[in-house]
Each structure stands twice: as C-alpha cells, then as structure tokens.
Design a binder for this molecule. Structure first.
Ligand code: G16
Length: 537
C-alpha cells in the first residue's frame, strides 16, 4: 500500500451530475486519484465498505476502473462489485447498489457527451439508496478536494475484469458480474413481458439505436433475445470507447439517422434511442417524435397498465423546466405533483419517502422508484407495455392523450460554447430585472410574472437557490433560462419554452411568439451576438 503525497487541484466541483471534464484533464497525474480519495474521505472513509463500480465504456473507462479498485483496496474497502470489462449502465449500477445493499457506487460516465482521448470523461458517486449523491454529500466531497494532502493506492497488478467471479486485490474482494443479468430480472419483475412478446410475435417492429454506447448489450439481451424483437432491431449495439465517433445524445439532432428512418416510408412501428450511460431515452413513433415532457405525461396517465404500477401512483415529480403536461395527469389522477430543480439527485428524497412513483425531465430522462436513476430502457419497455395493451400506434396514443388533456407545446433551445462571462451577463441582466419585468411587452407577449426558482426539499427541507429564471406570459406561456451544469467547454445557455392549448392540438408555430419575446427580453443578440441556437429539441 502506498501513500502518495498530493496537492489540491482547482475546479473539482461536481456539476449537475458529478465531475465532468475533458479526458486529458482526468488523465493528468493525480487528477482522478484526488477526486476518488475525496469521495472516500468525504463520505466517512472506505474502511470495511462495499461499492459498485462501472462505467459506460468510454475511453479511459477501464484504466480509471483499475485505479479506483486499487484505491478502494488501499483505503480498506471490503468488496467491490464490477461490471464485466468495467461496463455498467447507470440504471444497472443503481440497481446493483440497491440489490446488494452496498454503501454506494462510483459510476464512470460523461453521459451524453462524446468520448475519446480529446473528448469528455466523468465520474460520480451514488449513495447507498442507488441515487446520485445529494448536494450535501457532493459539497463534502468538493470541500475535501480543496484540502487533500495525500491519496492511497495499492501497488498491485491490474485485476482481470473479463472473467466472471471473485478475486482478491490486497485484502479486498473484487466480484466481476454480468452487467445485464440482474437488470433484466428487474425489468421482468416490472413489465408484462408476455404482452410485449405477443406484440412482437404479431409483427410489431422496432428500431432501437444504442448509439454505440452502453445500452447495446442490454437492449439486445432484453428486446431481441428475451422479448422476441427481430434480430437486427438493435442498431449501433456494440459499445465503443468513442461511441463510433458520435455524440451519444438521444435527441432529434444527434440521433438523426433514427429520426430519418422513423419519418420515412419504411419506418418501423416504434423507434427509441438511449445515451452514453443508458439513463436517457428518446421515443419516436412512425412519423412522430414524442417530447420527453409528453412522454412523462403519457407514462403517468397509463401507468396502471403496467403490472408494477397497477395499484396507481403515489405521486409524480418533474424538474422545473419540464413542461406541465404531467401536472394535468396528476391533477386528473388526484395524486401529488412535485417540481424540483434540474438534476436527478433531487428526486431521491421524494422517492425514498414514498411521495412519488414516477419522475421525469425534459432532458430525455424518465424513471421510477424501481431504482434511483433515470432509466432509458425502462422507459422503452414502459411504452411497449402500453402499446401492447392499448393496441394503438404511437401517433394514435399521442392524439388520444392530447384530446383528453390538451397539449403543452414545448421546445428547448441550447446555445453552446458561449464565453462564460457573456452567458453570466445575459443571466444577470434578466435577474436584475425580475422585479420590473411584470407588464413588459415584447412582440405579441406581455409578461405576467417573473422569478428565480428556489427549491425547498419537502423531505429534508434543504434549500437550493438559483435554479433557473422563469418568465410567465399572459395566457399561460412560460420561458425558463438556466445554464447547463453538464458541459465541459464554455457555457451552455438553455432556453425552455412552453405554451398550452386545450383545443388546437397541431400548431407548429405555437411557440414562435414566446420564443421571440424571450430572445428580446433577455437580450440574446446584445449579450451573445445571436438568437439562433445550436441545438433545438
Ligand atoms: C444530467 C442530470 C439530469 C439533467 C441533465 C441536464 O443528466 O442527471 O438530471 O437534466 O444532466 O443537465 P444540465 O441542463 O445541467 O446540462 P445526464 O444524463 O447527463 O446524467
């Protein structure tokens, strides 16, 4: 065992979902090691503890896994459960943490960000409930990165991660497990696999784009090998360290091949994609893209068709920028609705307390109390279960939903790579005028209210401030502005737009007035020199 002297390294503050940086940053001597030691020190030490470790297979995943194993052993951990070859989807890792009642887990992923020697890498700590560490914990980890003086690492050969079974490293046991098996069993316990199997047997077709990321083996095992989807339904299914040179972000921009297929003449009945670490999802029907906010609402409205949720939902939660489509469902069902800041970690307390069953975010994340992470394949199986029971196409299901609840038109504009000081000036400009915006006219819109979102956790009463600027317009439309907490280059400004219509259910221009008004009020042109976003979802 070796104690290595080190010095604090600036900038190791976890963001929306762990620490994400360029891979070369993580490969600097001591960078990963400092952060891992800070995780152990910031959570009461590793002595005698059990952890789960795995990642999305991106470049540096295996090397980082070996470093973490050697550090866990040197810090006195008793046992680490690792996915074969260091692979675990984020939902599967969350499940393993819970199933084995471990003390937590370390997940290596930068999610939907590209991977490679010059691209992105990430690491996050999940607590014993299987969920991302809450801010109280990440604050302690960050504090430790600022006064760290040494880290511990064992001098040993790399562990064989290719072969299932147990082996020792120092006094610690490493157990290499099948990344898919337990997760598949969990899905089988939630959904009506027989109904979905019958759906496929009757000729239903699917294209699941794993985007060269971690979900490929899971999707092949479950959709093709267990449920009988035609061989070849899962495309881009072999995880690659660079995600095939792509951007594993399941949205209409980055999953454009899938979009083109689904909008074409030969489209299958159902299309889906997931991201780098398998926690996000995209749902597409033949000729129709389903926005994540609508997907949450549809899942909630149809939840009792799924065996695990047949007795109804305790409540629903969504992140603040997510549309209010699910709120209408909660109201109709008579269950509680919670609005949290962006970041899955904010759902953890609500799920643990049994206040909510289903959660979702506009950023392509949906999940439930089965684990403590969002879950891409779970969302796909949920949709398949609903379609199998309701015997409708995705388009018919969406039309039926909108006719019953009205439609929350929704879009998100991302302005990427903005110089940080300019992005902050834009946000501060709006913040400074929050009190005076009321009554302001911009184009065809009049501001009815404006504020900055502060969240008080209903369970532990923790307060999170500065969680997004909100502008409401007369008639009920809303704009939200916030800066992404997951990027690695400059700043990304996200502008979320929403407008409700109870009667007009197909109006592609519905959001134009609120978009123009928001660009004008927030002075996008003046601050960042443009009103055209890089990505529209
Ligand atoms: C993470 C968080 C999500 C969040 C998303 C976008 O997802 O877990 O809760 O909605 O980032 O965050 P931001 O808008 O700050 O970039 P993932 O899939 O990247 O882990």
């Amino acid at each position: 065992m070796t104690k290595i002297e080190t010095k604090p390294i600036d900038g190791q503050k976890p963001g929306t979902s762990g620490l994400r940086k360029k891979t070369p940053t993580f490969r600097q001597p001591g960078y990963l090691e400092n952060f891992v030691q800070a995780i152990f020190d910031g959570t009461g030490g590793a002595e005698g503890k059990t952890y789960v470790v795995g990642g999305d297979g991106r470049y540096f995943n295996v090397e980082a896994t070996q470093i973490i194993l050697k550090m866990a052993a040197a810090n006195g951990a008793a046992r680490v459960i690792v996915g074969q070859n260091g692979l675990l989807s984020t939902p599967a890792a969350s499940h393993l943490i819970r199933l084995n009642e471990t003390d937590g887990g370390i997940i290596l992923s930068a999610s939907h960000n590209p991977g490679g020697p010059e691209e992105d890498f990430g690491i996050k700590f999940n607590t014993s409930n299987g969920g991302p560490a809450p801010e109280t914990v990440t604050d302690r980890i960050f504090a430790r990165t600022k006064d760290i003086g040494a880290y511990h690492i064992i001098d040993a050969d790399d562990v064989d991660l290719a072969t299932f079974g147990e082996r020792a490293i120092g006094d610690m046991t490493v157990e290499v497990v099948d990344p898919v098996a337990d997760y598949r069993d969990l899905m089988r316990s939630i959904f009506d696999f027989d109904a979905i199997r019958t759906l496929f047997a009757d000729g239903f077709t699917i294209r699941f784009d794993a985007m060269h990321a971690v979900t490929g083996p899971y999707a092949k095992a479950i959709l093709e090998n267990t449920l009988g989807a035609a061989p070849g339904s899962v495309v881009n299914g072999d995880p690659s360290p660079t995600f095939g040179g792509g951007h594993p972000d399941p949205n209409p921009v980055w999953a454009v091949d899938l979009m083109n297929t689904m909008m074409g003449e030969e489209a299958p009945d159902f299309g889906a994609a997931s991201d780098g670490d398998g926690d996000r999802n995209m749902i597409v029907g033949r000729g129709i893209y389903v926005s994540p906010s609508d997907s949450l609402a549809v899942l909630a409205a149809n939840a009792t068709l799924v065996p695990a949720y047949k007795d109804g939902l305790n409540g629903i939660a969504r992140s603040m920028p997510t549309s209010a489509a699910a709120d209408r469902v909660a109201e109709r069902l008579g269950v509680a609705m919670f609005e949290t800041p962006t970041g899955w970690k904010f759902f953890g307390n609500l799920l643990d307390a049994g206040k909510v069953t289903i959660c979702g975010e506009e950023s392509a994340g949906t999940g439930s109390d089965h684990i403590r992470e969002k879950d891409g394949l779970w969302a796909v199986l949920f949709w398949l279960n609903i379609l199998a029971v309701r015997k409708m196409s995705v388009q018919e299901l969406m039309n039926d939903h909108w006719e019953g609840y009205g439609r929350n038109y929704y879009t998100r504009l991302d302005f990427e790579g903005v110089p940080v000081e300019r992005a902050e000036a834009l946000m501060q400009g709006v913040r400074d005028r929050l009190d005076t915006l009321k009554g302001c006219e911009a184009g065809d819109c009049v501001v009815s209210n404006a504020d900055e979102f502060t969240y008080t956790d209903p369970v532990d009463e923790g307060v999170s401030r500065g969680q997004g600027l909100r502008i409401w317009y007369k008639g009920g439309a809303r704009a939200v502005l916030r800066m992404s907490g997951t990027g690695t280059v400059g700043a990304t400004i996200r502008c979320y737009l929403e407008a409700f219509s109870a009667t007009v259910l197909d109006d592609p221009k519905r959001l134009d007035p609120v978009r123009h008004a928001t660009m004008e009020l927030a002075e996008f042109e003046r601050h960042i020199g443009r009103t055209t976003p890089d990505v529209v979802t």
